[in-house]
Design a protein. Sequence first.
Length: 301
Amino acid sequence: MSICVKPLHPLFAGEVSGIAVSALLDRITICEIEAALERYAVLVFRNLALDDEQQISLARQFGPLERSIGAIAKHRQRRLPDVFADVSNLDHDNRIRSLGDSWRMMLRANELWHTDSSFKRVPGKYSLLSAREVPPEGGETEFADLRAAYAALDNDTKEEIEGLVAVHSIFHSRSLVGYDAFTQEERAALPPVPRAVVRVLSGQGRKTLYLASHASHIVGWPLERGGQLLNGLVDFATQARFVYRHCWTVGDLVIWDNRCTLHRGRPYDDVNHRRDMRRITVEDSASAFVRGAFPARLATD
């Protein structure tokens, strides 16, 4: 039986029905989901209630899984396996993080517009986020369609940004919320990387912007001018007409394509209410790396 997708937004995002997603799907169904991702970029599955092993098994059917940044430093205590990004307000003892917990500030950057792992040498392709506990209000996730945003740009802007390369770093995005408590191990493992501002989606031939709060400047441009351009593009791409807001219920699974979307978490009362969200990200191909575009002298700009 083929999957059915109900549009959730005029431009992108759809809710999938017609299948029961479990730990293992046949290849035909996986191909149908991938085809739906090409069309909708964001897919919502309701009432799945996956456990960790099921979520891992499902994610692996889309490609190799990345290791989360929280697992790089061996001294950090974690409550989840290394393939999970723990997008929650819970510590390793499964309790709400205290106000003095430094990782709370680290996670605050998830409220900035970003795409997962653009700061890694091999960036993210698909992310699968599962809702295990949700607060009574707030904590939504917003998504922006960067394909539609690129198409809506005026021709002068399209010409200006064609061929530009931005520098992406986790340390830049976290600096925006005042977090800098990275270990030397983490800094060595996550050097800045270059990414094309405009990319062509493989298999689609469709152009898209590729942006994130991780992007600090444009290679070869003055820092301030490049930062202003990137901020302006993000502001344009996150207008209401390009944005879908997902209101979570327990058991939801959302899969999205990081190559052509931005997303951000919305605030909630994270002092008094639990929010347990578990994300796995499937790696993109290494060819997404912009080869030869990143002179060594720019690595610490």
